[in-house]
Design a protein around this ligand. Structure first.
Ligand code: NI
Length: 399
């Protein structure tokens, strides 16, 4: 039997176990950097299949190491494990038992896929020409990103990783399909916080106040001119004010208003320029009306840049495993962010999208939505593809 057929056969056999694992994680979600129970649960699964557990790269998260009986290079497969502060509304029988915490970005499925790949490869250990590192990282959703912590603590070393692959669930693709992209794939997601500090008073005497509500409104509108008037037409930039908070009632002008938001770019230098323009605009408007301000710009994850050769390899292997017609090149990069970027700064690799959508079953909701879920048939597909990818990489590169 070929390796591909063997991987597919094992994938099919473990599919019910993967569904069970995903449902357990889904039902018991934990927020970024608080994934203590999830870590325990994943660790126990790695131990069950006799994968060496390494767990001192971050407070939560766990890494598994599977060394084949033949020496060779090291492939890393990465999954993230954290959930989001969101109230689940899927109505699934295994919905979150934690009010206001939900796996709304599919990280439950990513963790499961990586465990599944470990289960498959552990059964092929005798034939495995090298080492596979299974990185189950915490805190993808929260700065500074679990990946940055694990990388800082040498997760890519000892043994040194030669190539890394990661995936993200994607409702735009069906089960059995993937989306890939060479080069820039996801944006640098920066955050900002602004406080406009005016002078409050009675709402009937605006002339005796410095009204931060009106000033904030002007700031929001002016910031929209950064992409349209201060950036070149070919620059790809998003400036979004996502929260505005101030005031309490109809007849009081408040002392201050807070604004929060995000900036997305594909170029760190451009992000620095935008931060500069923002400060200039805020300062100008505030000074015109006599208000003070605080402005904080927090740089986020780097741009996700996929390696050309690793992506070509992914496309070739995924084509063999899923069929060439099921591998779609993404037309444009996404303005979402991903801390997988930190691994790609150190080693070559490729991040791709795994089809988890199914319109017939009503599985169409996008990420970070209270109705987000996946078609569970994707779990065995993802696990099999990851396992096959790792195996073939090792086989092709064996020393
Ligand atoms: Ni995500």
């Amino acid at each position: 039997m070929t390796i591909k057929d063997q991987v597919k056969k094992i994938g099919k056999e473990i599919s019910p176990a993967l569904v069970e694992i995903r449902r357990y994680i889904h039902q018991n979600p934990e927020l970024s950097f608080q994934e203590f129970e999830t870590t325990q649960y994943l660790r126990s699964h790695l131990q069950k299949i006799d994968v060496t557990v390494l767990d001192n790269y971050a407070e939560t998260g766990v890494v598994g190491l599977l060394t084949g009986n033949r020496s060779g290079p090291v492939v890393a497969l990465r999954g993230d494990i954290d959930a989001l502060p969101l109230k689940e509304k899927t109505g699934l029988p295994f919905s979150s038992v934690k009010d206001g915490v939900m796996h709304a970005c599919g990280h439950d499925s990513h963790a499961t896929v990586i465990i599944g790949a470990a289960m498959i490869l552990s059964k092929l250990r005798d034939r495995l020409p090298g080492t596979v590192k299974f990185i189950l990282q915490p805190g993808e959703e929260k700065n500074p990103g679990g990946a940055s912590i694990m990388v800082k603590n040498s997760v890519l070393k000892n043994p040194a990783v030669d190539v890394i692959f990661g995936l993200h669930s994607d409702p735009r693709f069906r089960v059995g399909e993937i989306g890939y992209k060479d080069g820039q794939m996801m944006a640098e997601p920066d955050e900002f916080r602004i406080t406009i500090k005016g002078k409050g008073g009675h709402a009937s005497t605006p002339h005796l106040t410095v009204d931060p509500v009106v000033i904030a409104a002007e700031v929001v509108m002016a910031l929209q001119k950064i992409p349209s008037r201060l950036m070149a037409p070919y620059d790809q930039v998003v400036v979004t004010v996502s929260k505005i908070a101030g005031g309490s009632t109809t007849n009081v002008i408040p002392d201050s208003v807070k604004l929060l938001g995000t900036v997305r770019t594909f170029d760190h230098e451009l992000a620095k320029k935008i931060a500069h323009f923002m400060r200039q605009i805020i300062r100008g408007i505030c000074s015109a009306y006599g208000a003070e301000f605080d402005f904080e710009f927090i740089y986020g994850y780097p741009v996700v840049v996929n390696d050309k050769s690793a992506t070509q390899f992914l496309v070739q292997i995924a084509g063999e495993y899923l069929g060439e017609n099921n591998c779609y090149e993404l037309e444009r990069p996404s303005f979402g962010g991903e801390d997988f970027a930190f691994y790609l700064q150190r080693v070559k690799g490729s991040f791709f999208r795994l089809g988890t959508g199914n319109p017939e079953k009503g599985i169409t909701a996008y990420w970070h939505n209270s109705e987000y879920t996946i078609d569970e048939d994707a779990l065995a597909v993802g696990a099999g593809l990851m396992a096959y990818l790792a195996y073939q990489y090792l086989a092709g590169q064996k020393k």
